[in-house]
Design a protein around this ligand. Structure first.
Ligand code: SF4
Length: 288
């Protein structure tokens, strides 16, 4: 629970606040951008919600926050916000909310499909989320982009009995029933492709769904500041050179959505996405 005694002094006067346990994961600023802003190394409430819809978005940020750093000074019924996850992005792809401190607030995604629902990276385990997923058909499989974003995967595995998929190079210490080997793309079924992209970690994988949605973990994300796709050189734990090569291989594919673990998501026509990816690669090559 967020502690009002530890609230940042920059918070706008009013009900919602952020306390000093914030880890600056950016999620609240993505979920309720009119309410939460960044200053130095943390978020704060720049503007108190004025409408029911703004208050709902702020409460959704409260539910998603990995560190329970967002609070309200008055009692606030967050049940509607809790029930809003998984939140539809487009088609049958959903954002899970409920981020985990263990994955530093990474985003995870749920894909609802007649052939079996898929959870991509692990959110924090919470019964309201698990029950909503049950209502939506459960989880048939969990896919991990890499070792850092597995969070509460054991609890989801126990709850849904779903097999977990990870690349062998990232598997150390992580239980998984299916293991990806090598660096060639692997068709998981007729609409889901696993593409190994070593760089951030040695066993990092991105998942391409229906040639439209690319789930990118910590390999690739949108940068509002740069106005293009980007990658995170400071956290290229395995190899920035290899990550640049991996990025080039993504030019073989078409996609309209980039859905990352960290960083911003984006939706562009496939040709504009390709141009943005090319710009990202040029920048990566210039920084080697
Ligand atoms: S979601 Fe929580 S941890 Fe993340 S930036 Fe907002 S207040 Fe900080």
């Amino acid at each position: 629970m967020a502690n009002p005694q530890r609230a940042y002094t920059e918070n706008a006067a009013g009900n919602f606040f952020v306390d000093d346990t914030c880890i600056d994961c950016d999620l609240c600023r993505q979920i309720a951008p009119s309410v939460f802003k960044e200053r130095a190394d943390h978020s704060f409430v720049a503007h108190q919600p004025e409408s029911p819809s703004e208050a709902h978005r702020a409460a959704m940020a409260l539910v998603a926050c990995p560190t329970a750093s967002i609070g309200t000074r008055e009692k606030h019924d967050a049940r509607a916000a809790a029930a809003a996850y998984p939140e539809l992005i487009e088609d049958d792809v959903y954002f899970c909310g409920y981020a985990s401190r263990n994955s530093y607030g990474a985003s995870s995604y749920f894909v609802r499909r007649p052939g079996g629902n898929v959870l991509i990276d692990s959110p924090r385990f919470a019964l309201p989320l698990a029950h909503r997923m049950e209502e939506m058909g459960g989880v048939a499989k969990m896919l991990f982009s890499h070792r850092d974003d597995v969070a509460d995967h054991e609890k989801f595995h126990e709850h849904f009995g779903c097999p977990r998929v990870i690349h062998r190079a990232d598997k150390s210490g992580i239980e998984a029933e299916e293991v990806l080997d090598g660096y060639e793309p692997v068709a998981l079924d007729d609409e889901l492709l696993a593409i190994p992209v070593p760089g951030h970690t040695r066993g990092h994988v991105v998942f391409l769904y229906r040639n439209k949605f690319l789930f990118t973990g910590d390999h690739l994300a949108w940068s509002d500041n740069r106005g293009r796709l980007t990658a995170f050189r400071d956290v290229a734990w395995y190899s920035w050179t290899e990550q640049t090569k991996s990025m080039k291989r993504l030019l073989d594919y078409n996609f309209e959505w980039v859905l990352p673990g960290h960083g911003r998501r984006t939706h562009l026509p496939a040709d504009e996405m390709r141009q943005s990816l090319q710009a990202c690669i040029r920048w990566m090559e210039s920084t080697r």
